[in-house]
Design a protein around this ligand. Structure first.
Ligand code: BJW
Length: 220
């Protein structure tokens, strides 16, 4: 059976990484226009680096939880599984999931806005950092901000349209194009979340509860 899984911040919440739109979420503490847009980065790169440096430190200190581990086990058992994540953390990979598709980029990678070179990000990035390839002072976190094109869309659409089952886990379905993937699915659809998402009506079935409980139970 071909399975395509889309994960969001809820899958990493119980590892201690904050979600965005829940009570106490990141967007209640930070202005997304200032820290998650190319315009915000142009206005104040130090502020944006501080935001991602702090999240990088949190990520390094976090460990995969039972939901990440269950999805990795499913991948080992089912070689037709495509794991797509909106999360920029590396917890799926550290849990053992192979070939994770990061549609919103990766916290642990740096990108040169001048020549598009990519490399492993240091724990702390600074506005004065220079590209290791072209030398330009145009380095940034390798993150997809609002208004930028999400990564790997061809592979994502291929996997979702070919899947017998599409599962969304721990995402509010407030951000596109990820939120619209359920409309592309031609097979069965399942939403796993604490509570119904903004697109809950588009799913054929639902399982509600904490990811660390519901995902292992679903995989078993
Ligand atoms: C638990 C739990 C537990 C809690 N267990 N569950 C229509 C079509 C296309 C685009 C647009 C459109 N309308 C508007 C747009 C533009 C825009 C957009 O969507 N804006 C909306 C605000 C309306 N989109 C873009 O700009 C995107 N680019 C784009 O569209 O390019 C053009 C294009 C078109 C078509 C094809 C291809 C390209 C880029 C979006 C970039 C998003 N970037 C961010 C920040 C950067 C990454 C980072 O810093 O980490 O990505 S925003 C933020 O939201 C982050 C997340 O990945 C993303 C999604 O959030 P997520 O994961 O859903 O988290 P939450 O907090 O919202 O929800 C958590 C959920 O978990 C909740 O439901 C909880 O209940 C649950 N939960 N604990 C289980 N323990």
């Amino acid at each position: 059976m071909k399975i395509a899984i889309l994960t969001g911040a809820g899958v990493s919440a119980e590892s201690g990484l904050g979600t965005f739109r829940d009570k106490d979420g990141l967007w209640t503490k930070y202005d997304l226009n200032e820290v998650a847009t190319p315009e915000g980065f142009a206005r104040n790169p130090a502020l944006v680096h501080d935001f991602y440096n702090a999240r990088r430190t949190n990520c390094v200190q976090a460990t995969p939880n039972a939901a990440h581990t269950a999805l990795a086990a499913l991948a080992m058992a089912d070689h037709d599984l495509t794991l797509i994540t909106q999360n920029v953390d590396d917890l799926h990979s550290r849990a053992g999931s192979p070939a994770v598709i990061h549609m919103h980029g990766e916290l642990m990678r740096a990108l040169c806005a001048s020549c598009n070179a990519r490399w492993d990000a240091p724990l702390a990035m600074h506005p004065s950092d220079c590209c290791q390839t072209c030398g330009a002072a145009a380095t940034r976190p390798d993150i997809v901000w609002f208004g930028e094109i999400t990564y790997h869309m061809d592979a994502i659409l291929d996997a979702v349209t070919a899947a017998d089952l599409f599962v969304a886990i721990g995402t509010s379905a407030e951000v596109y194009p990820a939120a619209g993937l359920v409309e592309q699915a031609t097979g069965d659809t399942l939403e796993i979340n604490l509570a119904p998402s903004a697109r809950a009506n588009a799913f054929a079935s639902h399982r509600f509860g904490p990811a660390t409980e519901v995902v292992p139970a679903w995989v078993a």
